[in-house]
Design a protein around this ligand. Structure first.
Ligand SMILES: Nc1ncnc2c1ncn2[C@@H]1O[C@H](COP(=O)(O)OP(=O)(O)OP(=O)(O)O)[C@@H](O)[C@H]1O
Length: 243
């Protein structure tokens, strides 16, 4: 938890004029909290199973904070997508709790890229920026800067339907970054791609780390896993005793 600085002079003065000065200190505390929301996801003792089925994972505790790319890893069926849903709050855990702080906008990138076939690549990235109130010149310049991070400059004027699978997936990541979410969840970004195209996506994955956004990527691809800054390995949280 961030330390909130409280002015010691005001605290000392408050001994004399207790009520009003204490209120001052309290207001300052609230102001500081408003300015620096502690954006985080806190999971404690998390476990999940569907109906009376086997436990996918249990006793899972972690904290997700902005600035890193957290890989949610494990074999097929281990519950990676389910854990993303729990993190987002779309599903309630069977045991334990997930708390979200400072999260209003959640963005998902799915394994199958979905775009508008006859709209250009740059349109897909410009759109969310226009929605945030930028004018077209500002939005296009910002969109190009984001697309550069995802190696998309050469195809920016191409229609979505003309993009390769890897380009389309990188465009989904660029559009997600342009949407400025508080929480970005990426589900198996390379699952539908061949090895070479997947490597293209992995090379640009660092571009989704944002100073003010929490990022989690579900993957069973070892290269995508290596591109993450930290890993939650679901294989370690399966326990036959609990099944
Ligand atoms: N709504 C549901 N109801 C019942 N079972 C479900 C539901 N959603 C997922 N499952 C089951 O839970 C298990 C974990 O699914 P999940 O999609 O989370 O795994 P995953 O690790 O993401 O798998 P993959 O790597 O194959 O995408 C699977 O056996 C799946 O069939």
């Amino acid at each position: 938890m961030n330390k909130i600085d409280v002015n010691p002079v005001i605290v000392k003065e408050s001994l004399g004029d207790k009520l009003s000065k204490e209120k001052h200190v309290w207001d300052e505390y609230l102001e500081a909290k408003r300015d620096k929301p502690e954006r985080q996801v806190l999971a404690v003792g998390l476990g999940h199973r569907f109906h009376e089925g086997p436990w996918l994972f249990h006793d899972l505790s972690f904290r997700l904070e902005p600035g890193e790319i957290v890989g949610i890893c494990g074999p097929s069926g281990s519950g990676k997508s389910t854990l993303l849903s729990l993190i987002a709050g779309f599903e309630d855990p069977t045991s334990g709790s997930v708390q979200r702080f400072g999260i209003n906008r959640i963005c998902w990138v799915f394994q199958n890229p979905h775009g508008m076939p006859r709209r250009t690549a740059i349109d897909h990235v410009t759109q969310p920026l226009l929605g945030q109130g930028m004018n077209r010149v500002q939005a296009e310049s910002q969109a190009l800067a984001i697309m550069e991070d995802f190696h998309l400059i050469d195809v920016c004027a191409r229609d979505f339907k003309e993009l390769s699978g890897g380009e389309a997936q990188r465009l989904m990541l660029a559009r997600a970054v342009a949407s400025r979410p508080d929480l970005l969840l990426v589900d198996e970004p390379t699952a539908q791609l061949d090895q070479l195209t997947a490597a293209d996506v992995d090379r640009t994955l660092a571009g989704i780390a944002q100073a003010d956004c929490i990022v989690a990527v579900a993957t069973h691809d070892p290269n995508t896993r290596s591109a993450c800054t930290r890993v939650i390995d679901l294989a370690r949280h399966r326990n036959t005793e609990k099944q």
